[in-house]
Ligand binder design. Structure first.
Ligand SMILES: Cc1cc2nc3c(=O)[nH]c(=O)nc-3n(C[C@H](O)[C@H](O)[C@H](O)COP(=O)(O)O)c2cc1C
Ligand code: SF4
Length: 507
């Protein structure tokens, strides 16, 4: 059964072309780097699962970004792109020069499709490893390390067992119920069993984690230098959600090596990364930072932390700040055996990609955080523009946020996926033709299953005379139709329920 919708997309009085031309939304903005944005419209990063398994740009990647560029947003941010030269599935990578030709082609494609209007940033990311949830028996038989602590706990529970004998220990563990396991395994071992093993930035016993401060500034700086060579207008450092830089910023980071604990300690590595990136790209290349206005988890960062981070990033030379929210592993739902945890499934995930099923309305949900961040930056005497996102789907909402000073730029991810022409339609006074996002997260469910991301409003549409490229499952078109098209009414159907079609969910 699908969850109940608590909210409906409110009707909108769309602006005329004249009203749009006079609006703040469509007023230009110059960044400190000298980059001139044609207007305040922004398409935040969205992973579409279109790269090769080696992380290379494919024709489908080009089609995806071409389609957004045709709607001529002021800024388009390319999906989270890995800075390391290690396999990471069909996610884009920028960790070696061999990725450059494809990325340069991506830049050319966006320039041509937007008539040179859209500025193109690439989001660069580092993440730690996370394993799939293991089969419990295999975990207990093969993966679990038999530590002295575990043997001791087991002997306390079953004094008759010969806990020096590995086979005896593993046989006993395999026969245990969940509650018995909970009494002998450490919280971390239990987590690995229930969720899949996940590395943390606080795992200082792991040399590659301990060495992150030595490695990351160089890796980010090299990636940014490649972004310059590929022709991008800028990079966005991914310091949001569940990934490495965000984890350093978090109050949960209690590293005792000077890169955790106090606010200054937690900010230290992200600031060293920013400094290294700036040194490698120079003052005229745009460097943005995306970070969390609030982590939304127990013990996680609050708006007060975000305000301090924002001022620190700005003083360190960030040209633009993009405020997101939540999206953490700490409260992710338990994955099925053989699947990996996904950081957008828990309460913090609902903050990141709010839906109409949530108690609170998704529309403009995260504006107070952007407003708080911007106020702190302005109070520090700094002018750095702030991007808001989260349920921004209407001209009136966007314009009011800009007029109030909640933000300087309006980010719309899912609304832009639902209708990549929506900003253009607004600007041209054709708002009534916009296909409006339903905020039921069918697209996010596809992302979760690592399947090509599409939108339920258009992936089954076939216009007369066209043969669209389809997803690997053979059912879903990969980009929105062009020209006039009307989303089908899907009230109450499976497609409207927030789940991808069954064909999309088969592995
Ligand atoms: C399919 C999908 C993929 C996403 N991938 C990224 C990403 O690569 N990097 C990122 O910072 N945010 C990512 N996000 C989050 C969005 O950028 C945005 O913050 C979020 O969807 C809320 O904005 P919205 O309400 O306008 O959709 C993704 C969202 C979706 C729906
Ligand atoms: S799939 Fe649903 S939530 Fe995602 S963009 Fe389309 S309408 Fe919006």
């Amino acid at each position: 059964m699908s969850a109940a919708r608590r909210h409906t997309v409110p009707p909108e009085r769309w602006p005329t072309a004249d009203e749009a031309a006079r609006s703040r939304l469509f007023a230009p903005l110059e960044l400190a780097s000298g980059l001139l944005l044609a207007d305040r419209t922004w398409v935040p990063a969205m992973v579409p699962w279109r790269a090769t398994d080696e992380g290379l740009v494919t024709p489908h990647v080009l089609d995806w970004y071409r389609r957004f560029a045709e709607g001529q947003p002021g800024v388009l941010v390319v999906e989270a792109t890995g800075i390391r030269d290690v396999p990471s599935g069909p996610l884009l990578r920028i960790g070696h020069d061999r990725f450059l030709p494809g990325l340069a082609q991506l830049v050319d494609t966006v320039r041509a499709a937007s008539g040179g209007r859209t500025r193109l940033l690439i989001q660069i990311i580092d993440f730690l490893s996370i394993r799939r949830r293991p089969d419990p028996q295999r975990f207990l038989r093969e993966f679990l390390e038999l530590t002295p602590h575990l043997r001791e706990a087991l002997s306390g529970l079953h004094p008759a067992l010969d806990v020096r004998d590995d086979a005896v220990v593993r046989d006993a563990l395999c026969s245990f119920r969940e509650d018995e396991l909970a009494r002998v395994l450490s919280p971390r071992e239990l987590e690995s069993l229930r969720m899949g093993h996940r590395e943390r930035v606080t795992d200082l016993h792991l040399p590659h984690v301990r060495d992150l401060p030595a490695r990351l500034p160089g890796l980010f700086a090299d990636a940014a230098a490649r972004a310059v060579r590929a022709g991008f207008d800028g990079v966005e450092l991914h310091a949001a959600h569940a990934y490495t830089l965000a984890s350093f910023l978090s109050p949960l980071n209690d590293r005792a090596d000077g890169y955790g604990g106090s606010l200054a300690g937690r900010q230290r590595l992200p600031l060293e990364v920013l400094a290294a990136v700036r040194a490698s790209v120079g003052p005229r290349f745009t460097v943005g930072v995306r970070f969390l206005g609030e982590e939304g988890i127990a013990g996680g960062g609050t708006l007060a932390d975000a305000q301090a981070h924002a001022v620190a990033f700005t003083r360190a030379g960030a040209d633009v700040l993009s405020v997101s929210r939540g999206g953490k592993f700490e409260d992710a739902r338990q994955p099925k055996v053989g699947e990996a945890a996904y950081p957008y499934t828990g309460a913090s995930g609902a903050l990141c990609m709010p839906t109409v099923f949530d108690e609170q309305t998704p529309f403009g949900r995260n504006l107070p955080l952007a407003a708080g961040v911007r106020a702190a930056v302005r109070a520090a005497g700094l002018r750095t523009p702030v991007v808001a996102s989260g349920g921004l789907n209407a001209f009136s909402l966007a314009e009011a946020a800009l007029q109030r000073g909640d933000c300087d730029l309006v980010g719309a991810a899912r609304q832009s996926l639902a209708d990549p022409d929506w900003f253009l339609k607004l600007r041209q006074g054709r708002g009534a033709a916009i296909a409006r996002c339903l905020y039921t997260n069918y697209c996010e469910a596809l992302d979760q299953r690592h399947r090509e991301v599409t939108c339920q409003l258009w992936d089954r549409i076939r216009l007369p005379g066209e043969t669209p490229t389809l997803s690997a499952d053979g059912h879903r078109r990969l980009v929105a139709p062009r020209g006039a098209w009307t989303p089908p009414r899907r009230e109450g159907t499976q497609l409207d329920s927030g789940s991808p079609p069954s064909s999309a969910s088969q592995e």
